[in-house]
Design a protein around this ligand. Sequence first.
Ligand code: AMP
Ligand code: MG
Length: 512
Amino acid sequence: MKTIMKKIDEKNMDMQVIQEAGEILKNGGLVAFPTETVYGLGANALDEEAAKKTYAAKGRPSDNPLIVHIAEVQALEKIVDNVSREAEVLAARFWPGPLTMIFKKSGIVPYGTTGGLETVAVRMPSNKIARELILAAGGYVSAPSANTSGRPSPTTAAHVMDDMDGKIEMILDGGSAEIGLESTIVDMTAEPPMILRPGAITADMLEQVIGYVSIDETVLGIESDKAPKAPGMKYRHYAPKARLMIVEGNIREEVLAIRQLAFDAIQKGKHVGIIASAETIGYYSNGIIKNIGSRENEKTIARNLYAVLREFDEEQVDEIYSESFALAGIGNAIMNRLEKAAGHLRISASAVIKRQKYRRIVFVSATDTCTGPMAAEMLRQKKLYQEYVIDSRGMVVLFPEPVNQKAEAVMKSARMSMTEHKAAAFTSADYGTGILVLTMDRGQKEKIIAEYGDEGNVFTLCEYVGEDEEILSLHGKPLTEYGKRLELLSKLIDKLTEKLNKAAEEGSMENV
Ligand code: AMP
Ligand code: MG
């Protein structure tokens, strides 16, 4: 089957295209169309055969019912048995919009559409293209999300094309979905009404109108033996191909932990994706880092979530680490989808970073122009099991001088360079918890301890790796001495690497 894509402008609709799409639906065909939540895969909701085609195109288990979309409130009567006073009030307040309500179905709704259930889910979308299409199709359009079952829902026509090309008659391209997450589903046959799937209409918003609503416990990611009340919620869903893990803690911990997890995975040769926010993106450096939106305005996160997950699929990452987001407002729906996409894989950020005794290593020499920067650069070249910020500092630095030329020359001969380096003085910012300070001689160590106190994190480099030597200044010495220094450092940095990696290995734990 050839899938036709037609652009359509919500503000200036080409009614001929709508009519054409409506005819396809009336004749039992499938048309994907934009709604304010995600793109829907439309079919005639009152046609059992059309429902079968929908399941086939999505590869969806047929016990997972479809939502029937209507364009006018009056249309409700014909397909449901009874509309409660509360449902009327909710419809008046939130329709058209991202709210789906479940009612007892009437006889004309086929079991094919409801997945064999006696109830039917109904929504009136606000997107104008969707509404005109529903009218043109006869008033009742079943429309699950237009993705292959299990994949992230589509928020653009291009996403739909990726999944549905050759399987459906037409796609209406009306631009990006405004909300980006599926509708809130409320079961109005329960007493009190029960939220089966969180969405842009939050529990608070519903309660302001009808009082207390309950929430299906399986929605909140609470481990539960019970099956979710919305059959679709039981499947691993909204999921990218990569293993997605949610890292939980405060923001600072999450960033540190994700940096470390990404570092570990990259060391193992994996392609890594990171879901960061506008506020944190600058703190990452390894992996494919994506800005999912702003924590200040979580609507932006909702809008981008699925697109980001799909992009990671295209970039073929093996693992994705995501920050977690606040549960307020639409955040609840965001975390619900993320959790499902992750198959409930969660990692405690503090557990990951607890194993890191040191996160930064500072080599201290007299002037920070020779041995110190050499040691730092040599350590940076090593395969370390943990991520460290590696720096060098000097005890007496008056100007940001470049490195000594002889030092640069011997480093070059070993295919390393320090041309970027500028000498910097040791300050209080270089001392403290999590920082390993390695000096070249004992005098430097004693001076630092005298000035900043002894937290047990200052050593001479030789002492730290178990060597009984002292590294002295090369000032005024010939090039051959620099060559020997390189050899000595090479031995010491090998030992240091071994020691650090052993500690990382011992401290490392199963991450999940
Ligand atoms: P989608 O159409 O892809 O947004 O998925 C529709 C969701 O609504 C699925 O999770 C379904 O299980 C749920 N749903 C549809 N009809 C019912 C119903 N009658 N009772 C409970 N859940 C329903
Ligand atoms: Mg879906």
